[in-house]
Design a protein. Structure first.
Length: 124
C-alpha cells in the first residue's frame, strides 16, 4: 500500500459516504476507493492531474469524479467524518507550501496604484 492511499480502516469509515452510480447507461464506474486514492495522490503530491500514475486509471476519470464529488459535497462530508474521528483537535495546522499562487495573484488591477497617485484633488 502506498503512503497516499487509504487504509482498510479509513475506507471502512467512509465507504458509505460515496454515492452510488445513478446512471444506468455507459460503462460501470471504477472502484470508488481507487478513485479516492487517485484524488488523494494528486492533492498530496501537488502534481497536475495528467501526471496521475497509470495504476489509478485515466486521469480525466479521477478529475471528473473529483469535480462531481466536490460540487455534491461528498468530499466535505468525508473531511467532516475524519475530523470528527480525530482525538486531538486542540490545534490544526495547514502547510502553506502546498498552496501555489502566481506571483501576481494579489488581486490588484494593473496600473491601479499609478492611477490613484496621478489623481490630484482640486483645491477649493
Amino acid at each position: 500500500m502506498c503512503k497516499y492511499e487509504l487504509t482498510d480502516y479509513q475506507w471502512s469509515q467512509i465507504k458509505d459516504l460515496i454515492p452510488p452510480k445513478t446512471s444506468t447507461c455507459g460503462r460501470a464506474r471504477r472502484d470508488p476507493r481507487e478513485l479516492l486514492n487517485a484524488i488523494i495522490w494528486v492533492l498530496r503530491t501537488g502534481a497536475p492531474w495528467c501526471e496521475l500514475p497509470e495504476k489509478y486509471g485515466p486521469w480525466h476519470t479521477a478529475y471528473n469524479n473529483f469535480r462531481k464529488w466536490t460540487c455534491e459535497g461528498v468530499l466535505e462530508n468525508i473531511f467532516k467524518k475524519f475530523a470528527s474521528l480525530a482525538e486531538d483537535t486542540d490545534e490544526v495546522q495547514i502547510d502553506s507550501t502546498y498552496v501555489k499562487a502566481h506571483q501576481h495573484s494579489a488581486g490588484a488591477k494593473k496600473g491601479d496604484l499609478q492611477r490613484k497617485e496621478s489623481v490630484v484633488p482640486e483645491a477649493d
